[in-house]
Ligand binder design. Structure first.
Ligand SMILES: [Zn+2]
Length: 191
């Protein structure tokens, strides 16, 4: 992950966090708190820093004119951590992504890299689902694609309504792919 920011920005950003802790009555001489404004500044700069776009590896399908693949390719349980744009608190979950290839197969790891690229920013889950799918649809040009995200939001569990284990699901389809086959395949044991 590329982190691009200047030391000046970091020290500027330390000041408001120091003020917040002072207003809250925190003892900034406590060894567990004295460097906290600096750590918070670094953390927020990391969240907002520019990330490196994914470089996609694509394999022709058919490869050598003989072998063609047209089955559903499913990647399940791709973990991600993102940051809710409204509260700057994490939302953590998994992505399940399937595509049916047309002219290309994509290198397996590129799909999790795509999830991370879009998740490692302040986001809302609805847009994250769209952004991941739009990029994969454009880069792989498959016959069909499904992006399904399930996550828990700290802004729901740690503040406000304070409900634990609330799972938010989002799902979107591009092109021609069987949603029932996708959901039937999730969690299936192959023994
Ligand atoms: Zn939120």
């Amino acid at each position: 992950m590329e982190i691009v920011y200047s030391q000046t920005t970091e020290s500027d950003l330390t000041i408001p966090f120091r003020n917040i802790l002072n207003i809250a009555g925190a003892d900034l001489t406590d060894p567990h708190l004295e460097e906290t404004p600096k750590r918070l500044a670094k953390m927020y700069l990391e969240i907002f820093s520019k990330k490196i776009p994914v470089r996609y590896t694509l394999f022709p399908n058919p490869s050598d004119g003989k072998e063609t693949h047209s089955q559903m390719i499913l990647l399940e349980n791709i973990s991600f951590t993102s940051w809710c744009s409204h509260h700057l608190l994490p939302f953590v979950g998994i992505a399940n992504i399937a595509y049916i290839p047309k002219g290309y197969l994509v290198g397996l790891s590129k799909i999790p890299y795509c999830v991370d690229y879009h998740a490692n920013n302040p986001q809302v889950q609805e847009r994250l689902t769209e952004d991941i799918g739009n990029e994969l649809w454009e880069k792989i040009s498959p016959q069909g694609l499904i992006v399904h995200l399930v996550s828990q939001h700290d802004c729901v569990s740690c503040r406000g309504v304070r409900k634990q284990n609330v799972a938010m699901q989002t799902c979107k389809i591009w092109g021609n792919i069987d949603k029932n086959e996708f959901f039937n395949s999730l969690g299936r044991k192959h023994d």
